[in-house]
Structure formats: C-alpha cells, structure tokens
Write a protein that binds this ligand. Sequence first.
Ligand code: SME
Length: 152
Amino acid sequence: MTNYEDLIAQLSALTEGVPERISNLANAAALLYHTLPDLNWAGFYLLRRGQLWLGPFQGKPACVRIAPGRGVCGTAAVRGESLCVPDVHAFPGHIACDAASASELVVPLRVGGALYGVLDLDSPRPARFTEADRAGLEAFAKALEAALERGE
Ligand code: SME
C-alpha cells in the first residue's frame, strides 16, 4: 500500500523554492510514475484556451488535446471532482491513448480559484485504484496545487 504521507513529503521537498510550474508538474509526474505500482501512464492535461492540452507526463506518447466533457479527463474536469474508473472499457467516451490501460483515476487541479488542469493516472490492472488511493491522490493534488500557486 502506498504511503501517501511520505509521497507528499517527497513532493514538498522537490517543489520547495521552485517557481516554475512546468518543472514542478514534471517532477510530480516522475515521482508518481516511479513510486506507485502498476501504472502505465502518469501525467497532466492543462487547461488552455478552453481545451485540455497534454502536459508533463511519464509513459507512452498520449493524445494531445481533450475537450472538456470528453473522456475520463474531460468529465472529471467539467465535474470538478476526482473520477475513479475501475474499467475504462465500460466508461462511455473513454479515450484510449494506450490499449494497455484498464483502469484510471483523474483528479482536477485548481489554481487561483479556477480549473488549472487534471492529474491523470492509468493502470493496466483493472480496478487498480482504491478509495485510499483516491483520498491519497486528492491530498497529493492539494499539495501540488499549493506549489503551483507559488509559481507561474
Ligand atoms: N484515457 C483518458 C485520456 C488520456 S490518456 O489516458 C493518457 C481519458 O479518457 O480522458
């Protein structure tokens, strides 16, 4: 089981004093990808000009642009709440970037009181993400938001 307290402490150490948002997002993606077991993708889509654009990530190349309301990422973004999908093939409109993906967790990020983007995690294992993972990753997202607030 992942120790999210420890993961958040590592994120805080990595982002401390770093005013560049892209640098912090890149290290957050690397930290998640290399710490959480059974992931095939970890990264971000960032809201720009009304679309979610591919941001820093680890994993295979992914679709570049997602419309709000589309796929798991776009749905979580519009709802403004995390979305845990145990079986992506059963999710209407799921966007398959990597055929290996079986389950997915998306957590929206808010900066400056507005939607900034989403954190997206994919796993080749069905039902990979538990409620404990959802809670832990929401806390991780909160810590990341605080770092992003301090940067530009
Ligand atoms: N599966 C996502 C698209 C992004 S990739 O998984 C990296 C979705 O349905 O929004």
